[in-house]
Structure formats: C-alpha cells, structure tokens
Design a binder for this molecule. Structure first.
Ligand code: NAP
Length: 307
C-alpha cells in the first residue's frame, strides 16, 4: 500500500518539485494539503495541519514545505500524532529544535528526514568519489544569485530564522560537507545586512579543514547577469569544479560528467527507504556552519534592499 502523504505549505518548492516528485513515485500517494492561501485539485484541502489532524483524514506522513521558522512546531505536532516527517531545508530555525525533533521521532518510533536536496544533484556522488582519492589543497565556493529573480515576495527569507543569503548558501554547504573528504570549521565570516532587513544579503566565509586546507565561500544575493552555483577544489591530483549546483562536473577545465537533474525524486526515494527501514536521517552539518557564521561573523551594514 502506498505511503499516504499530507503536504503542508503549498508554495513555490511544493509546486515546482514536491508535487511532480510525488506524482512520479508509485510508493507515495498525496491525500491532503494544508495551506492557508492555496489549494490543490483532487485532494483534501484544509488551512492548517491542526485542522488536518482533527479532521479524521487517514495519512501516514507529513511533508513540511513551509518556511523554516514554523517547521519545529508543525513537525512536533505531526510526530506526536504518529506521522513520519520530511523536513524541507533548512530543517529548522535552530539546532536545538532539530535535536528536539530527533528525540521525538525516536520516542514515537517514526521516521524524520532532514532533506538536503542539493546533495541529490547528479554530480555530488561522483565528486565525492573523485575527491576521496586526491589530497585537497584548497576549495572555493561561489554561490551568487539574484534574489529578485529567485525569491520574489518571500518576506520570510529576510525575517529572523529565514537565513537571508544563507537560504541558497546552505545548499552549497550541504554539497561541500558531502564531497570534501575532511571536516572543516569556520574561522572568519563577514555578513552584510541591509539596513531595512534582519538577514544578510551577502556573506564571505573562511573555513579550514582538519589538515589545514583553506576553504573560502562567497554568497551573494545581488548577482545580476550570469548566476553561479559553483564549487572549485584544488587537489594534488588535479582541479575539480562542480557547477550549476551540482549538475556539471569539470576536471582540469574539461566537462567530464553532466546528467539531468533529479534531486527531489532522490529525496522521496530516500524517504521511502527510511520509512521501510524504520530509520531517520537528520544531518545538521550544513546548518551548524550557518549557525557558526551567525555566531562569529563580523556584521556590516548594507544599503536598504528594495524588492
Ligand atoms: P514559499 O513560496 O514562500 O512557500 C511556502 C509556503 O508555506 C507559503 O506559500 C505558505 O502557504 C506556507 N506558510 C506557512 N506558514 C508560513 C509563514 N509563517 N510564512 C510564510 N509562508 C508560510 O517558499 P518556498 O520557496 O516554497 O520555500 C519553502 C521552503 O523550501 C524553504 O525552507 C526553502 O528554503 C525551501 N526550498 C525552496 C526552494 C525554492 O526554489 N524556492 C528550493 C529548495 C528548498 P500558505 O500561505 O498557503 O499557508
């Protein structure tokens, strides 16, 4: 029997990625949507998860596609009601609330999946395998996009807990923590926050790995023209570049691997496997680096941002 899903927060990512991925995977059936301002044909529609849980609709798992600030409260409700839970990235607004959810999932014997969709980009595992065999000397992350194009009207991104430019930047960190062979730690950060917003619009970060190799990152929400979602790694055995958010792999300047994107089908495949195995997957590594940047970062004021 299919795993019956309820999706909460029918916004951009739910429509762009979750609905097609669910529709293409016979192990799942979407039975309900809880969204205050949106509805979907052919499923039960309610405004809130509370209404869904009170309404007597049968379902097994909840997919949380809301902004991160409200994720903990919703995940708690779902786990306490005995549902499995998939968390969009970032898994929550703080590290501690995710620990609470991890514990709650254990207590209730339910699956909790903290998703990092960029890790399912086609070149992430090939990158990881290539780098595992070559000593890393340095790495540079360039994650630069135009917030006006990619996040129009998403006010939550600028609120506390919305992460600002770290909302896309955490995707880069999710890839870096997967492909780089050694753990790394933040040593310096500069965060530029518009005077009329709560969250940074640009950030520069410096990390060092456990063997002393430097790793730098530039996150920019004001990029116009060509956008970049690239990580370059210099090793003793050549130079790797992963571009387009993990879709293209270059070795010493030559495109060596490219495949079509299937991140969300990969996430749902993993969710089905975890539920089948009675397991959870809750890696907070990328969010820990962001929290470190907020702890250690030098704050600079940036000009007011007008959407
Ligand atoms: P979005 O377009 O703003 O959609 C989120 C939906 O959540 C809203 O439409 C809203 O639906 C609901 N919601 C519930 N409580 C809310 C609140 N307090 N404030 C605002 N909305 C609330 O955002 P999104 O782009 O889909 O992003 C959602 C999550 O997915 C974020 O964590 C983001 O990082 C992640 N994500 C986004 C993308 C992307 O390309 N956009 C890619 C990967 C991951 P109702 O008003 O109908 O309740």
């Amino acid at each position: 029997m299919a795993i019956r899903l309820a999706l909460v927060g029918l916004g951009k990512i739910a429509r762009d990625q979750h609905l097609p991925a669910i529709a293409s995977d016979g192990r799942f059936e979407l039975v309900a949507v809880a969204s205050r301002n949106a509805a979907l044909d052919d499923v039960e529609n309610v405004a809130t998860l509370e209404a869904l849980l009170a309404g007597g609709i049968d379902f097994d798992a909840v997919v949380l596609c809301t902004p991160p600030q409200v994720r903990h409260r919703l995940a708690r409700l779902a786990l306490e009601a005995g549902k499995h839970v998939m968390l969009e990235k970032p898994p929550g607004a703080t590290l501690s609330e995710i620990e609470d959810l991890r514990h709650l999932a254990e207590v209730h014997g339910r699956t909790l999946q903290a998703t990092w969709h960029s890790r399912y980009a086609p070149d992430v595992e090939p990158d990881r395998a290539w780098l595992a065999r070559r000593p890393v000397r340095s790495a540079h992350i360039s994650w630069k996009e135009d917030v006006r194009v990619w996040h129009p009207g998403q006010d939550w991104i600028w609120e506390p807990g919305g992460l600002g430019v770290f909302d896309p930047g955490i995707n880069a960190l999710s890839i870096a923590t997967r492909i780089l062979p050694r753990p790394f730690f933040l040593t310096e950060a500069t965060l530029h926050t518009p005077e009329n917003r709560q969250s940074p619009i640009q950030a520069e970060l410096t990390f060092v790995d456990t063997a002393g190799a430097p790793i730098t990152a530039e996150f920019d929400f004001l990029q116009t023209g060509p956008q970049s979602w690239d990580i370059e790694v210099d090793t003793a055995g050549g130079r790797l570049k992963v571009s387009h958010g993990g879709a293209k792999l270059w070795i010493d300047g030559v495109l060596t691997h490219e495949a079509s994107e299937a991140e969300y089908p990969g996430l749902y495949d993993r969710f089905a496997q975890l539920i089948g195995a009675g397991a959870s997957d809750v890696d907070v590594g990328p969010l820990r680096h962001v929290a470190d940047a907020f702890l250690l970062g030098r704050r600079l004021a940036a000009p007011a941002f007008v959407d």
